[in-house]
Write a protein that binds this ligand. Structure first.
Ligand SMILES: Cc1cc2nc3c(=O)[nH]c(=O)nc-3n(C[C@H](O)[C@H](O)[C@H](O)COP(=O)(O)O)c2cc1C
Length: 271
């Protein structure tokens, strides 16, 4: 699997992008929250079955959007006055359900919209994240993207056995190594490893599936990944500028591949 690192803040001038007809991308950033539950015309917010978001993604697809991105955080905030009262009373970013199953649901109900989900490098062991990304990339037929975040709240860290988040610079150093490891796992299956040779009874050629023996400063992983190489070859990645421009990840960003449905979009008509 290759990667697309999108430093979100480093944009070329919009005018040129529009004129060359290639570079303007349409995305929608949302999250799996109650939505509008209290205004006069609302119908008690979006239900937790995900259908509201599926419907929204299908409408976005008709409107030629490139991708939907699902935000995430991992705590019920007590940032205001030290209690969860305001957070829960006003449903401010909590409750919030997990974006990954929703991404799979959306992927299954759409055909060419990019589906980008947030996963924090603090929360998942790298192997699990690579496996999930690869699995949803298959379910979506190569349309999955990973919004890379490191988490920014101590209360989230406390849900994972830590007292506090590591200092910011260390978080980014860890994330850099993490993404490098995930990339190595994506690549642990050669593109032609699955042979499905019925006559010889061979599903995959073991010589083309490689342990990675990754031993970094923070993470260790033997590999290989136990999922088949992603159809996309490249998981779409969104990272903050600070992370995307770190030396080891700049190298990964050269292995770009689209996750945004752009290739299909040009042939689409709006209905
Ligand atoms: C488009 C976009 C999406 C983001 N999504 C999330 C998110 O879902 N969860 C989260 O904790 N932080 C999110 N962030 C915050 C980033 O993880 C990061 O803290 C921020 O981009 C600042 O990092 P930088 O200084 O490296 O650019 C997002 C930021 C951007 C620009």
């Amino acid at each position: 699997m290759c990667l697309r690192l999108i430093p979100t803040l480093s944009r070329a001038p919009l005018r040129d992008e529009v004129t060359d007809g290639e570079a303007l991308h349409l995305g929608w950033f949302t999250n799996f929250t109650p939505g509008d539950w209290s205004s006069p015309f609302s119908v008690e917010g979006s239900h937790w079955d995900g259908n509201f978001y599926v419907d929204m993604a299908q409408a976005m697809e008709r409107a030629c959007f490139d991708y939907i991105m699902l935000e995430d955080t991992l705590m019920v905030s007590e940032a205001y006055r030290g209690t969860a009262e305001a957070t829960l009373k006003y449903a401010l970013l909590a409750p919030k359900h997990d974006p990954l199953p929703l991404a799979a649901l959306i992927a299954a109900a759409t055909t060419h919209l990019g589906v980008v989900s947030t996963m924090s490098t603090m929360a998942y062991p790298p192997f699990m994240l690579a496996r999930l990304a690869s699995t949803i990339d298959h379910i979506s037929g190569g349309r999955f993207g990973w919004n890379i975040v490191t988490s920014g709240e101590d209360s989230a860290a406390q849900n994972f056995g830590m007292e506090a988040l590591p200092p910011r610079e260390m978080r980014y150093e860890m994330a850099e190594e993490y993404v490098e490891l995930v990339c190595r796992l994506f690549d642990s299956w050669e593109p032609d490893a699955v042979v499905m040779d019925r006559e010889r009874g061979i599903y995959a050629d073991y010589r083309k599936v490689h342990p990675i023996h990754f031993a970094g400063k923070f993470f260790k992983c033997r590999g290989p990944l136990n999922t088949v190489r992603s159809p996309q070859e490249t998981a779409g990645l969104r990272a903050g500028r600070r992370l995307a421009t770190r030396p080891r990840l700049r190298r990964e960003s050269l292995r770009l591949h689209r996750c945004d449905g752009q290739r299909h979009r040009r042939h689409e008509t709006v209905s």
